[in-house]
Design a protein around this ligand. Structure first.
Ligand code: PEP
Ligand code: MG
Length: 885
């Protein structure tokens, strides 16, 4: 590989190389090339970051000299001087990986300040207050990032200074107070490190660059990458951007802000964002002060507002994507500090995709691929049931920051939120503001509510990216961390009490407010229709009830790939009958009960087939072992023991006997699926008859019903043929009885390893295959599907033995290869054999990508994931096409 430079100035960078320069570096160099106003600077590459780690956390020798040569270049461009007591050059040192990881790595501002340059800056700006304020900010940030000093230590000093001067805001501190704060801050760092605070800017810069590289392997960044599946082929190390400092806190003709070129919340074509007068960038991002709406800048600083809107327009057109822009206005001069693809809510992504196609900014393929399919889940979130709202008390209202409704118990502490979430408790995290280190608690919470901050605050951005409901800037809310409670409008909520948040409106309610199913918007329908016509894979639903079938159809499912009939037996009005069937003393008695169950199944099938009229409905015969329907033996024994003197326990004892008889050491590999059909043929006969009877009923009413019968757990052609005999008998009986031809396909699941390996035999009888990837994964790994995710799997992922759970995303090299064998063998016998997949993987975008490339006919997913599957299937087609070119 050609030796790459370690450092690129913004003018010379090849801005296509995102992996090398990181997203921020690319944005800065692109903006520079577009002749937009960007403070001069340079990027140290991600390759250097990797070399730093390969060298045992040491920078390669050539890096600092190259950095210093680039500092000289900046000096020439700006006329400022490094370490000067007259006109000092100060820089920011910013992280930036190929993929944006907002707030997950470190940044240092105002670097270059020391006791000399601070005087120079004061002279130059004629604003000593601003200068000393910058200096104290620099020491705090440097101390925190480079030396690991905690914020609280600095905050204590600042609070004491405010108290001493009898003021409440930082901005009211005068120069003398700030000077004392600076001295104290330095002492804090010196006590922590037992060395003098570095005053030489060269040393400061080297330490800062190293600290940014270190933050790539910081806990926050690692967790973020893990949770967001950011692997090394997506982002390999962070770059470091060194940028000339410009100041938004140089008085009331200065400002700083963040904007999206379109509304990131609802996708409307309007600049959305906020700014603060006389402030530094982190004040906006951290949500410490709630910013002004960007529209107000038009009045406050009309010239800068015009420059901002021009830049937004130019950047959107150039990148053909909605941008998230950071800007600073220094004494009336406008600067762009960053541009990147905006992280928007799923709704905004959908709307902007449709609108940008209309504006000829992007084509339909791009419109589909720019939406992370997984994120659409947020659009499919439940919303608050407006009919029920009346009965609930509205407690407070904040800024709607990430859509969707969520209920849970209020928790004010990050660690407790993580713990409770991991114990499956539904939690709403309530904080004054959030920081990057709080992100693990976001994952375990249903929703986030903060009392401070605006739409660009950390809490808002992270929640939106995760698709979690979030409300920010809920200023009614007074949070009392010490007493684990909050108060708003005279109402107190204690930790552990239920609340509901509506991230779409900003409203907070007391109690668990009922929610309703989501509505598919017109834009979403447009996107889905584009995806439907693009995708090659079929998308069907895993649905066991008429309601689920209707919902799936509304979301775009074209058929049912898996109807688990046992779920119907679990309904409260049937379970008793089903237990009676299991308890039957003999076949005759069992058949009597099965007759009644057959009637119930028939009516279920009629409704489901009707809801999916015109599309195939795959009905799977009974799969779980029979003992799953009986109470467990321990409970029965307990009951017998506790009631030994008071009740007639004959019946309970009988059930216990039967439960013991049916119990197995390893039920997942036991008497289930086709094995039940073989040993209790009357059960499968009843189910097959019910399917045929339901079809007859519908055909008579001219309903286009398309049922197919699917046999689970088949491992050999002999098993399948055995059941096919029953199927044939029933078919001919029914056809004779009703004097009509009834077409019901007969097929099998491929979920036993042997079935995949002998698929050429099985295809002789089966009219279709459907991979049961849940059981197949279990068998291929010898991992119990019921246990591993709660046991050792998280550790496997943490230790990088597995990238993700194979129960969520298909293990392409293992399970995937086995599937390929099954597909090849099956299609060698029947060229056009329909082969689907109905395990949980059917709704996972990565697995869908694999299914597309492996030649699967359709995926089947739960109703809520249907739109995700449709988009992911379209993306698989588009991405494969673009790879071929
Ligand atoms: C499977 O095993 O993938 C499957 C769909 O069946 P179940 O989850 O019901 O065992
Ligand atoms: Mg299965």
């Amino acid at each position: 590989m050609a030796k790459l430079k370690s450092v690129y100035s913004f003018e010379e960078a090849n801005s296509k190389n995102r992996m090398l320069l990181g997203g921020k570096g690319v944005g800065l160099s692109e903006m520079t090339r577009l002749k937009l106003s960007v403070p001069p600077g340079f990027t140290i590459t991600t390759q250097v970051c990797n070399q730093y780690y390969e060298n045992g956390r040491k920078l390669p020798k050539n890096v600092i000299p190259e950095v210093m040569r680039n500092i000289t270049k900046i000096e020439k461009k700006t006329g400022k001087k490094w370490n000067s007591a007259n006109n000092p050059l100060l820089v920011s040192v910013r992280s930036g990986a190929a993929i944006s990881m907002p707030g997950m790595m470190d940044t240092i501002l105002n670097l270059g300040l020391n006791d000399q340059t601070v005087l120079g800056l004061a002279k130059k700006t004629n604003n000593p207050r601003f200068t000393w304020d910058s200096y104290r900010r620099f020491i705090q940030l440097f101390g925190k990032v480079v030396f690991g000093v905690s914020d609280e230590k600095f905050d204590r000093v600042l609070d004491a200074a405010k108290k001493k001067q009898s003021v409440t805001n930082d901005s009211q501190l005068d120069v003398d107070s700030l000077k004392r704060v600076v001295t104290e801050y330095k002492k804090i760092c010196e006590n922590h490190t037992r060395r003098k605070f570095p005053s030489n800017p060269n040393e400061q810069l080297q330490l800062a660059v190293e600290a940014v590289f270190k933050s790539w392997m910081g806990e926050r960044a690692i967790i973020y990458r893990e949770k967001n599946n950011i692997t090394r082929d997506i982002a390999d190390g962070t770059a470091v951007n060194v940028v000339t400092m410009v100041f938004g806190n140089m008085g009331n003709n200065s400002a700083t802000g963040v904007v999206f070129t379109r509304n990131g919340h609802n996708g409307k074509k309007e600049i959305e964002g906020e700014y603060l007068l006389n402030a530094q960038g982190e004040d906006v991002v951290a949500g410490v002060r709630t910013g002004n709406d960007i529209s107000q800048l038009k009045t406050d600083m009309p010239k800068s507002y015009k420059e901002l809107t021009n830049a937004c327009h130019k950047l959107e057109k150039h990148f053909r994507e909605v941008q998230d822009i950071e800007f600073t206005i220094e004494q009336g001069k406008f600067y762009l500090l960053q541009t990147r693809t905006a992280k928007m809510s799923a709704g905004a992504l959908v709307k902007t995709s449709v609108e940008m196609v209309k504006e000829n900014l992007i084509n339909k393929d791009r419109a589909l691929t720019r939406i992370p399919a997984q994120q659409l889940e947020a659009l499919l979130h439940k919303t608050i049931d407006q009919n029920k709202v009346k009965g609930f008390e509205r407690f407070a209202k904040g800024i709607a920051a990430s859509p969707g409704a969520a209920s849970g118990v209020a928790v004010f502490n990050v660690k407790r939120a993580i713990m409770m979430g991991e114990n499956n408790k539904k939690v709403i995290l309530l904080r004054r503001e959030t920081k990057p280190e709080d992100v693990p608690a976001f994952f375990s919470s249903e929703g986030i509510l903060t009392s401070q901050g605006g739409k660009s605050s950390h809490a808002a951005i992270v929640s939106r990216g995760m698709g979690k409901p979030c409300i920010v800037g809920c200023s009614d809310l007074k949070i009392d961390y010490d007493n684990n409670k909050c108060v708003a409008n005279g109402i107190t909520v204690l930790e552990g009490e239920p609340i509901t948040i509506n991230g779409s409106t900003g409203e907070v309610y007391i109690g668990n407010l009922p929610t309703v199913e989501p509505q598919v918007t017109k834009d979403f329908q447009t996107i889905l229709s584009w995806a439907q016509s693009k995708k090659k894979l079929g998308v069907r639903a895993n649905a066991d009830t008429p309601d689920a079938a209707k919902l799936a159809r509304k979301f775009g499912a074209q058929g049912i790939g898996l109807c688990r009939t046992e779920r119907m037996f679990n309904a409260t009005d049937r379970i008793g009958l089903f237990i009676d069937m299991i308890m039957a003393a003999n076949v005759k008695q069992r058949k009597e009960i099965l007759k009644k169950l057959g009637q119930l199944q028939k009516s279920d099938f009629i409704q489901i087939l009707k809801a999916m009229e015109g599309y195939k409905v795959t009905i799977r015969l009974l799969d779980p072992p029979l003992h799953e329907f009986l109470p467990n033996p321990e409970d029965l024994m307990d009951k017998i023991y506790k009631n030994k003197n008071s009740e007639d326990l004959t019946e309970t004892k009988k059930v216990l006997e039967r439960a013991k008889e049916l119990s197995e050491i390893n039920p997942m590999m036991g008497h289930r699926g086709v094995r039940i059909g073989i040993t209790y043929p009357e059960i499968y006969r009843m189910q097959i008859t019910a399917v045929f009877e339901a079809t007859v009923d519908l055909v008579k009413k001219n309903v286009n019903a398309k049922p197919q019968i699917m046999i689970p757990q088949v491992g050999s052609i002999a098993e399948l043929n055995h059941i096919e005999d029953i199927y044939r008998e029933v078919k001919s009986e029914i056809q004779k009885k009703y004097k009509m031809k009834i077409n019901v396909n007969f097929g099998t699941m491929l979920e036993v390893v042997r079935a995949c390996l002998t698929a050429n035999e099985i295809a002789k009888t089966a009219e279709f295959f459907s991979f049961g990837t849940n059981d197949l994964t279990q068998a291929v790994f010898s991992f119990s599907r019921e246990d591993v995710e709660g046991k050792f799997l998280p550790e496997y992922i943490e230790k990088e033995l597995l990238e993700t759970s194979p129960f969520q995303s298909i293990d392409v090299n293992g399970v995937g290869n086995l599937m390929k064998i099954g597909i090849k063998q099956g299609r060698a016998i029947k060229k056009d054999l329909e082969i689907g997949i109905c395990g949980e993987h059917g709704g996972d975008p990565n697995s869908i990508k694999f299914c597309h490339s492996a030649g699967i006919s359709y995926v089947s997913a739960s109703p809520h994931r249907i739109p995700i599957a449709i988009i992911a299937a379209a993306q698989a087609t588009i991405n494969q096409k673009s790879k071929k070119i």
